[in-house]
Design a protein around this ligand. Sequence first.
Ligand code: O2Y
Ligand code: MN
Length: 596
Amino acid sequence: MNDTETAFQRHGHVPAPHPEARAWVMEMADLTQPDRIFWCDGSEAEKEALYAEAVRQGVLIRLNQEKLPGCYYHRSHPSDVARVEQCTYICSETEVEAGPTNNWSEPKAMRSRLLGMAKDSMKGRTMYVVPYLMGPHGSPLAKVGIELTDSIYVVLNMRIMARMGQIAWNHLGMGTDFNRGLHCLLDLDPARRLICHFPERNEIISVGSGYGGNALLGKKCLALRIASALGRKEGWMAEHMLIMGVESPTGEKSFVAAAFPSQCGKTNFAMLVPPEEFKGWKVWTVGDDIAWMKPGPDGRLWAINPEAGFFGVAPGTNAKTNPNAMRTIQRDTIYTNVALKPDGTVWWEGHDDPPPAECLDWQGRPWAPDSKEKAAHPNSRFTAPMVNCPNLAPEAHDPAGVPIDAIIFGGRRPNTVPLVFQAFNWSHGVFLGATMGSETTAAASGAVGQVRRDPMAMLPFCGYNMGRFFRHWLDMRKSIKYPPRIFHVNWFRKDGDGRFLWPGYGQNMRVLQWVFGRCRGRSGAHETPLGWVPRFEDFNTEGLAGFTRETFEKLQAMNADEWKREILQQDELFMNLYQFLPKDLIFQRELLVARL
Ligand code: O2Y
Ligand code: MN
C-alpha cells in the first residue's frame, strides 16, 4: 500500500455518532456489499486524500497547479452528460400527489426495483458516507442529508456544493430528521438510469448516472424536489431561484430572488457587475440556483441559499458575460467535460482565450480549431466553492438569511414579452410566474422556436402536483405581511432583423435599479394591461451608447395580437393542470383578457 492509499484508508474507520444514521448506513452496506465504507468528515486532510485517490484512480486529472491552484479535471461517460427528466420520478403515495407534470411510480414497487438494482452493486468498491448540511449552520431552515455513493467524483463535488462532514452531524444532533440518499453508479447504462424521490419518506435513490443533478443528491433532488414537498407541508418555499443583494451608493440594501428556466443566465445575473456609470452601486451574490424562503417574525419573506457552491455551465462564461464567475473558478474548482489544453489548463466555446491550436476535447479526443465538433460539451460544468466569489454577500452565511424585497420571473422570449414589468399584486405575480416560459433552443429539444412553459422555472423540479404548488404560492400570501413585489423580465427580445434589443449582462443593472426603486416607492411607472411598466424617463439609460427612446419603446412594446396568441398558448399548460388549478389563476387570466 502506498502513502496515498494509507492516508485514504485511515478515514475508513470514522464512526457515525448517530445510531439511526449508522443503522441505515449498515443496512445499505449489507445490500450493496462494498469492500470498504469511508465515513467523510469534511476535513482538509480528508480532502487532500480524496483528491489524491481520485487522481490515482484516473477519475480526476490534476490541472496546472501554478495557473489553476487546487483545480481538477473530469470527463464523464459520454452518455451521461446531463439531467434526464425521462428517468426522474416522484414516487409519492398517490399519482395525484405527483401531478400530471411529473413521472410517477408506485413507491413500494419502485423502491424494491431500485434496491434490487443496488444489490451487490458496490462489490469491489468503496461506499462513501457523505453527511451534508444544506444551508448555513444553525439556520432554522437548514436541512441535513446523508448521501451514500460509490463515486469519489460525487463526494468531491458534494464537498464543494454543500457543507459537508462533521458540521452536518453537529446540526443533526440526536434528531432523526435527515434525508436518506442512496446513489449507485452501476454500469452507467442509460437504460438502467433512474432518479427517484420518495417525498413521504424523505428519501432519494439514484442509480445509473454519475453526473450533476442526477448524482449530487443535495442539489436538485433534495433542495428542490424533496424540499418543495416539505415546504408545502411546513409553510415555506423551496424555489429554483438565485438570490442577490443590490446596494445603493447611500448603503441601502435590497435582496432579490429570481427564477429563470435552466440555461437562461441565472448564474450570470446572480454575479452581475454593475457598469462603470453605476458609481457606488454594488451587487452581492447570495446564491445562483436555489432559494429556501420562509416568512419571518417581522412579516417579511426571508431566504437562504441552501448550497455552498456553484455548479455552473462553462460554455459562454467569460470576462464579459460573468467576470465574477471567471474569478471564482481560478482555484479549488472541478471542471467537468470542458476541453483540456496541453499546458494543463482548460478551455470551452465562448472562453476569453482564443481556441487553442490543439487540445483534447471533452471525450479525450484530439481537437483543433477546424474540428467539426465542439471542444467542450454544451453542458460542461465548473464546480466552485461560493467563498471564492469576489462579491459573495456576507449574509450568505447568515443563519437568518436575507429579507426578500423583490421576486423576479423571467424567460427567453424573442418576442411578445417586454424587458420588464411589475405585477399589480401577489396573485397577479403568481400568475406571471405560473405562465412564464422560454423559447426552446436546439440543445434543449428538437423543436426550435417553440415556447416551453416552465412555471416558476420549477417544472422539472417540483416534487409534487404543480397545481397544488400554485395553490401553495397563493396561500403563502396569508403568512407574509409585507410580501415582496413581483416582476417579470425578458433580456432576450429581438427586433425584426433578429438582433437582440437589449445588451444584457452587466447592463441588466439598469433593470435592477428600477426594481430597487419600485420596492422603495421611488421609481416611476405607468399602468398597462400587463402590469406596471417603466416609461423611458423612469428608466436609467445614461451612458448606454446608441440606446434610444425608440429602442426602449420597442423593448417595452405590447402587441395585442401577440398577447392574444400568448394567452392561447398559456392555456396548454393550464388545460393539463386544469383539475388542480386554483380558481384565482383562472380569474387572473380572465382579468388579463379583459384588460387587453
Ligand atoms: O445537467 C445537470 O445535471 C445539471 S443541471 C443544473 C445545474 C446547476 C444549476 N441548475 C441546473 C438546472 O438544470 O437548472
Ligand atoms: Mn438550476
